[in-house]
Design a protein around this ligand. Structure first.
Ligand SMILES: C[S@@+](CC[C@H](N)C(=O)[O-])C[C@H]1O[C@@H](n2cnc3c(N)ncnc32)[C@H](O)[C@@H]1O
Length: 439
């Protein structure tokens, strides 16, 4: 009311004085927040957009407290429990008990809900959403005594998120590039800040040395970091003409500075919340030969993983620049890929499915058997898959995966479909998260 009066002030001519631009904005934003701001002291994160997000919130809350109620249309939650702990762990709420959650601080600091800490170090194909990993860790009630496995660890999203949450983990992947990136994300969490101090002149020199294949460095983390940034730079440069103005060296420096900023922001959050990061163990290996690691038998509390979407993504080809540089034979790496080594004998009929798809499924089933073997009784499995299209036909990977899980002895608990926004015309429109328990 008071505002109205202020806006309707008379001018010296007896007419109404127009409100200023600021006054209009102010009045609008107050009115607006009346409609869209959730009311309550435990509220949804603004990043919650889909029904799947609502299901994720429910999963998390179930793992973090026994007593909660979600009010979806009001975008708020009522809960009882250890609020401090929930605030540190939850990935879908902005405030708990009127105080910001750690996750909302992360989103504010990095300006993104997924590209935080070193998750965005390199654009590895088929990466997880870290938020989903965090959700599953909460849902499975994992803590500092638990240990997680990702046997298709790729660039190490699951292991990195576990490290950030102070939980032990092991990541296995068959590609040397994936292993290198996962190790890097791991090591950067523990590096001394002084090791990241480079002048523009230093960086130009490093770039030139890498170009001439003369790059050497005593610190292995910095050695690998510079290479990863170089590979990303060359790839981005080749694909996007708008980088022409920055030039390759300019882009390299920009990318290095971005990583340095990520380091500073991550350390700021670590300090603010007194977090304890835990390093992961990263292993180069083949899931089909997982039993070679005898110590993995019945060792893990949870497996959070995603097999290659072999038909839609060329994982190895994407990293051609890196493999050429490192002198790694891509064909050899590819031959170890799921569905590539199979000698053609099938254990069951696959109807009209193309032979290569059938071979892939044979290996997928064997992988799930091996995962089962690594878990403790009551251990949890979350496996994230998408249905790709082969020769114009959708292939039923989600249902096959679910069936394989049940066939090897898992109890199915939940299947959540997570649409990939804006993916209407893509080969993969969304992914499913299949959640199981080993009896
Ligand atoms: C969907 S990607 C996983 C991406 C990962 N979640 C991330 O966030 O980076 C699947 C991964 O499976 C790996 N892979 C394929 N065949 C494999 C095998 N036989 N053993 C282990 N890993 C394999 C690929 O190298 C690829 O990194």
């Amino acid at each position: 009311m008071e505002d109205n009066k202020k806006i309707k002030k008379n001018t010296m001519f007896g007419t109404y004085e127009f409100p200023s631009y600021e006054e209009i904005l102010d009045a609008y934003s107050r009115e607006f927040s009346n409609y869209i701001q959730p009311k309550g002291n435990t509220i949804f994160g603004f990043w919650m957009q889909t029904i799947a997000d609502l299901q994720f919130l429910q999963l998390e809350l179930k793992g973090l407290t026994e007593n909660y109620r979600i009010y979806p249309t009001e975008r708020r939650v009522e809960l009882k429990g250890d609020e401090d702990f929930i605030r540190l762990r939850i990935a879908h709420l902005e405030k708990v008990g009127d105080k910001p959650t750690l996750y909302s601080d992360i989103v504010d600091e990095f300006g993104d809900t997924n590209a935080y800490a070193f998750h965005n170090l390199y654009p590895y194909k088929g990466k997880f959403y870290p938020r989903v990993v965090r959700t599953l860790i909460n849902a499975f009630q994992l803590n500092e005594d638990s240990i997680i496995l990702d046997p298709f660890n790729g660039s190490g999203t699951a292991t990195h998120e576990s490290s950030l949450m102070g939980i032990k983990s092991v990541g296995v992947d068959v590609t040397p590039m994936g292993v290198m990136l996962s190790e890097l994300k791991n090591d950067l969490l523990f590096i001394d800040e002084r090791k990241l101090r480079f002048s523009v002149r230093d960086l130009i020199e490093i770039f030139q040395k890498i170009e001439k294949r003369q790059w050497e460095y005593s610190n292995p983390t910095i050695y690998k970091l510079m290479l990863a940034i170089y590979f990303d730079t060359i790839d981005a440069f080749a694909r996007t003409s708008s980088y022409n103005r920055t030039g390759k060296t300019g882009l390299f420096i920009k990318k290095f500075n971005y990583i340095k900023e990520c380091f500073e922001k991550t350390m700021k959050i670590k300090q603010k919340y007194g977090l304890k990061f835990i390093p992961a163990r990263i292993v180069e290996g083949d899931i089909l030969e997982l039993k070679k690691f005898k110590e993995f038998e019945g060792k893990f509390d949870a497996v959070i993983t995603s097999p290659p979407y072999y038909f839609s993504i060329d994982y190895v080809g994407k990293d051609k620049i890196a493999y050429d540089y490192l002198g790694i034979d891509m064909k050899k790496v590819e031959s170890k890929y799921l569905g590539m080594k199979n000698n053609g004998e099938l254990s069951r009929p696959y109807g009209k499915l193309p032979a290569k798809v059938a071979m892939y499924y044979e290996d997928l089933k064997k992988s799930i058997e091996n995962i089962f073997w690594t878990l403790k009784p009551k251990g949890k499995l979350a496996i994230i898959v998408g249905d790709s299209t082969v020769g114009g036909r959708k292939i039923p990977t989600t249902m096959m995966t679910k069936n394989f899980c049940e066939e090897v002895g898992f109890k199915l608990e939940k299947l959540i479909f997570n649409p990939l926004l804006g993916a209407r015309n893509r080969a993969i429109r969304g992914e499913s998260i299949i959640i199981c328990e080993k009896p």
